[in-house]
Write a protein that binds this ligand. Structure first.
Ligand SMILES: [Zn+2]
Ligand SMILES: [Zn+2]
Ligand SMILES: [Zn+2]
Length: 172
């Protein structure tokens, strides 16, 4: 999976909007930029806090309108089960199926291409006469680091942080 730098991602989004003749306003661009520099998924309210640093008058509808636009353009994905949003790194394939690997311990979300699954979904859809456009698969578990920490029994004598991560929901 190729991971684009935030600068490349933004210029790609600008180009696509020009091609599609839709307006990527400075505000929408700023929301996308803030998302692009996040290590993982972010909630709308955390995003609003970040946006208020440059636009103190921003309100929840400001964020939701920008998010709706970005979702429509396929630049971001919504992670339903954690109610957060994630920048997509595959702008050039607006109809791809992605698998979201969501860590229950630290909340990290990793988007992976799910080609085999895509084929299965396509054939299931076809049988029902359904035109599949976009689907997101959400898988919960433990990321590599958290898996290591959970598997470790050497508490105190290791380099891990065994405390409960702050502010994140765990378990499901
Ligand atoms: Zn994607
Ligand atoms: Zn984790
Ligand atoms: Zn440990």
């Amino acid at each position: 999976m190729s991971t684009l730098t935030p600068a490349r991602l933004l210029s790609q989004a600008e180009n696509l909007c020009q091609q599609r003749n839709v307006r990527l306003t400075p505000q929408r661009l700023e929301v996308l930029r803030l998302m692009a520099i996040q290590p993982g998924a972010i909630s709308a309210y955390d995003l609003l806090d970040l946006l208020r640093e440059s636009e103190p008058q921003a309100k929840p509808p400001t964020i939701y309108r920008a998010l709706d636009f970005l979702l429509e353009q396929g630049f971001i994905h919504r992670v339903e089960s954690t109610n957060s949003y994630l920048v997509c790194h595959h702008f050039e394939e607006p109809m791809h199926t992605s698998a979201m690997l969501i860590c229950n311990r630290c909340g990290a979300v990793n988007e992976k291409h799910a080609e085999g699954i895509e084929q299965i979904l396509q054939s299931v859809a076809k049988q029902s006469g359904f035109t599949l456009r976009h689907s997101v698969i959400e898988a919960h578990g433990l990321c590599e680091q958290c898996g290591e920490v959970e598997a470790c029994s050497d508490h105190g004598d290791c380099h891990h942080d065994h405390s409960e991560p702050q502010g994140k929901k765990r378990g499901r």
